[in-house]
Write a new protein. Structure first.
Length: 480
């Protein structure tokens, strides 16, 4: 398990030192990790990365080498460095489960700890959650566009470094990809590894037909042939059919063909006809080649005869939206046991934070079990599902809804209590199944790839009142 303690921004350490020198080290604070919307792709998100957060916290400590390096910066005194030598996390962490569908401004992780500890976690938590949630969100859109077809993650060679390749593939599996070409990810997380052969295999033999026969000889019961090295319809598919007939004569069943270039709609339609005419109606057509949700959507609209999709670059890099935009903001400071809610103001309304010690509820229609709205509330609020509940838009407050036949589920679950891990991480395939169940509780209009309808994320009345109170107080502090 890697020690990522020093994978942080320098200002986290200088702020820790400042808290320490000003006698604030015993103050506690609550920080929320959430994201802000950036267009359709993040109208909703699939939470991911919690397992790596746990691995980070479990190995959080400053080694002798770390302390020696910090000493060399001449920024910290020996008393502070001595304190760091026995540093460990002692606070509470609550988080939504991986695979949960979340929305802008909702707390994905809540940290309650001595302010120095909570401050140190900021950079690494954002790094781990921002990346995997982004890739899981992109992958979920691609899986949705495939509309039940298998989607395989093929992005390792285009990922921005080893960790992005490994954990990006992990996030893609959470979102519904059925396998990955990344052998290390498959090994680490017990998921299917998938792949066939490259163009170089075909080019290594005197002829395409010989290359196909050689591959079929090695893998007679899992034969998937790449048919576009030379000429897809005049050479590739006819040669694949010859080899498939030879396999069938020997009692084997070929898997199908892969298309990796050209007009995938036209080629797949023509290849399907050729395979069917040759008696291989059950042979699959697999496609790759810089695919994403937009291309898959268009190909399906054009009637492409593609059964499975291999998606690489545009998924592993979230090509059209390369950063989630997650932030980590203080919402409460506790001094001498007294909680003081905090709010960040900004000229940009979206950057004004929600104050207080908060939690997150999802409200469901009792008849349909579909999600109606999410409610960000203060942790000490109590709700009785037998009583009517009125919710309202936190901006356009005249938009109100009174619910009478509903259920509520608290989405933030305990991960750490008093520094002790209390959460058992599910397997990756269990997380994938949970993510699928979660998405199935939302109406299609909220999951649309293009212009999804805005899902209701409301503030409770006590939280709304607290926010307005702090905004009013802050306005009196402005000196003109």
């Amino acid at each position: 398990m890697r020690n990522l303690t020093m994978m942080t921004d320098l200002y986290e350490l200088t702020m820790m030192y400042g808290y320490y020198k000003h006698g604030m080290s015993q103050n506690k604070a609550v920080f929320d990790l959430f994201y802000r919307k950036q267009g359709d792709i993040t109208a909703n998100a699939t939470a991911a990365g919690l397992e790596q957060v746990i691995e980070y916290i479990e190995n959080l400590h400053f080694s002798k080498e770390d302390l020696a390096y910090l000493r060399s910066l001449n920024l910290f005194d020996e008393e502070f460095l001595s304190m760091l030598s026995s540093f460990k996390f002692t606070g509470d962490i609550y988080a939504v489960k991986e695979g949960t569908m979340v929305f802008p401004m909702e707390p994905i992780i809540r940290v309650y700890a001595p302010i120095m500890e909570a401050q140190l976690l900021e950079t690494t938590l954002l790094n781990l959650i921002n990346h995997q949630t982004l890739i899981a969100t992109k992958a979920s859109r691609i899986v949705q566009a495939a509309d039940g077809d298998k989607v395989l993650e093929f992005g390792l060679r285009r990922a921005q470094g080893p960790d992005a390749g490994i954990y990006g593939a992990r996030a893609a599996i959470i979102a519904g990809c059925t396998g990955t070409s990344n052998v290390l990810t498959a090994k680490l997380y017990g998921v299917p590894a998938s792949g066939t052969h490259a163009h170089s295999w075909v080019m290594s033999f005197p002829s395409e037909l010989e290359a196909f026969r050689a591959y079929a000889d090695i893998y007679p019961d899992s034969c998937m042939l790449l048919v576009d090295t030379y000429n897809t319809l005049k050479s590739g598919v006819p040669n694949a059919i010859k080899v498939f007939k030879e396999l069938r004569a020997k009692g084997h069943k070929p898997i199908g063909i892969r298309l990796d270039s050209g007009d995938l709609a036209y080629l797949s339609i023509e290849a399907r006809k050729m395979l069917d005419d040759a008696g291989f109606n059950d042979a699959k057509i697999f496609a790759s080649n810089d695919l994403d949700e937009e291309t898959i959507w268009d190909l399906k609209a054009q009637g492409a005869k593609i059964d499975s999709w291999g998606v690489g670059t545009r998924m592993i890099t979230s090509h059209d939206n390369p950063a989630l935009g997650g932030v980590y903001k203080m919402s409460v400071e506790e001094v001498c046991g007294v909680m003081h809610p905090r709010i960040k103001l900004s000229e940009n309304p979206i950057k004004v934070t929600n104050p207080g010690y908060k939690t997150l509820y999802r409200i469901y229609d009792k008849n349909t079990n579909y999600a109606i709205a999410d409610l960000i509330a203060l942790v000490d609020e109590v709700y009785d599902e037998s009583k009517p509940l009125t919710i309202f838009d936190p901006v356009d407050t005249w938009k109100q809804m009174t619910l009478t036949n509903y259920t509520m589920r608290e989405l933030l679950v305990p991960i750490y209590k008093d520094g002790k891990l209390v959460y058992k991480t599910p397997s990756l395939m269990e997380i994938q199944a949970y993510a699928k169940e979660e998405r199935n509780t939302f109406w299609d209009e909220y999951k649309r790839i293009h212009k999804p309808h805005r899902y209701k994320v409301d503030l409770s009345k006590p939280l709304y009142d607290l926010k307005q109170k702090l905004l009013k107080e802050a306005s009196f502090k402005v000196i003109i």
